[in-house]
Design a protein around this ligand. Structure first.
Ligand code: F6P
Length: 353
């Protein structure tokens, strides 16, 4: 068998661990030949591939980023390099020319949507869920999330001591797009006093009330706010629009907005830290290395069994797979009845409501 592998969309810790597991499993257990496609779908459009042998995937488990490179705009069904034209037939011909029996796509909802379209055109695809945001449908965990949570948690630990020393309100803004998974998990782990997530629009006066109450008691307050958080009746804070991106809206800046609003309402100083891409870089945690390896192995098994057009997912502690069509272009928010919300509330964390 000849199998192509690509990493699409934004990068995330654990991508190399998946590439390694897919390549090793396919080469060792199925005697397959593995072809690395560079810069996501761009490599298929611009004909940039290279062979991946056991040597080329050695020693990459702990390395952040992706050895193949990625691209968050390249889409064969609307290629920016051809004025947005559909170049999928060209891609199809190239896949045939390469003699690929299957394509492993490691990506988020956008990449899965493209993979699904390619599958409908006849390319046998297996998907693997990637994103620090943990917002992919039908999977309890995407790899990269645990690492992002660890980074945010460490930042909160550090902000707590400096906030405590100065008697300040410290705001930490996390990534996460339209979902609050990172802020919820890290906020809990990092002892945030207030967690603000998109799924639970907050009331500014309630956030200020909690800060004032803590000012009188503890002198400092730690707020963990997801970039997609918004006030009741209000909208999200948009950082920029990247028009040629499949998802043009980039969120960011709600932490600064909150600071400007809160400071005049409180008797203390307020400071904001926006962590940004620090959450996506560097080595994956041991949990993400294990999960990424399990996903890569499971994807290789699907390929070897010729079970195509499926995505590997985590359900509880079991790796399973679901149809690509069920995942493509879908996302997953924190449900209102998620047990962590109750745990957080019952242990004194405010959601600003
Ligand atoms: O989806 C991952 C993510 O890091 C989001 O949390 C964030 O909103 C977005 O990507 C940032 O995108 P970019 O890397 O294009 O700035």
């Amino acid at each position: 068998m000849r199998v192509g592998i690509l990493t699409g969309g934004g990068d995330c810790p654990g991508l190399n661990a998946v590439i390694r597991a897919v390549a090793k499993s396919l080469i060792k257990s199925a005697g397959a030949e593995v072809i690395g496609i560079e810069q996501g779908f761009l490599g298929l459009i611009e004909r940039r591939v290279r062979p991946l042998d056991l040597r080329s995937v050695a020693g990459i488990m702990a390395t952040g980023g992706t050895i193949l490179g990625t691209h968050n705009k390249a889409n064969p069904f609307g290629y920016f390099g051809a004025g947005g034209a559909d170049v999928s037939e060209r891609v199809l011909a190239y896949v045939r020319e390469l003699g690929l029996d299957a394509l492993v796509v490691i990506g988020g909802d956008g990449s899965m949507a493209i993979a699904h379209q390619l599958a409908e055109k006849g390319i046998p695809v297996v998907g693997c869920p990637k994103t620090i945001d943990n917002d992919l449908a039908h999977t309890d965990r995407s790899f990269g999330f645990d690492t992002a949570v660890a980074i945010v948690t460490e930042a909160l630990d550090r902000l707590q001591t400096t906030g405590q020393s100065h008697g300040r309100v410290m705001i930490l803004e996390t990534m996460g797009r339209w979902a609050g998974w990172i802020a919820l998990h890290a906020g809990l782990a990092g002892s945030a006093d207030i967690i603000l997530i998109p799924e639970l629009p907050y009331r500014l006066d309630e956030v200020a009330r909690v800060c004032r109450e803590r000012e009188a008691r503890q002198r400092y307050t730690l707020i963990c706010v997801a970039e997609g958080a918004k006030p009741e009746g209000g909208g999200v804070t948009v950082k920029e629009r990247i028009e040629d991106s499949p998802e043009p809206v980039r969120l960011g800046g709600v932490g600064n907005v909150l600071r400007a609003q809160l400071e005049p309402m409180l008797g203390c100083e307020v400071r904001t830290t926006i962590l940004g891409h620090v959450q996506r870089g560097g080595p994956p945690t041991p949990f993400d290395r294990v999960l990424a390896t399990q996903y890569g192995h499971a994807a290789a098994q699907l390929v070897a069994a010729r079970e195509f057009n499926r995505v590997v997912v985590l359900k509880g502690d079991r790796i399973e797979s679901v149809p690509l069509a069920d995942v493509a272009g879908r996302s997953r928010n924190v449900p209102a009845d998620h047990p962590l919300l109750r745990t957080a509330s019952d242990t004194g964390i405010s959601f600003g409501r």
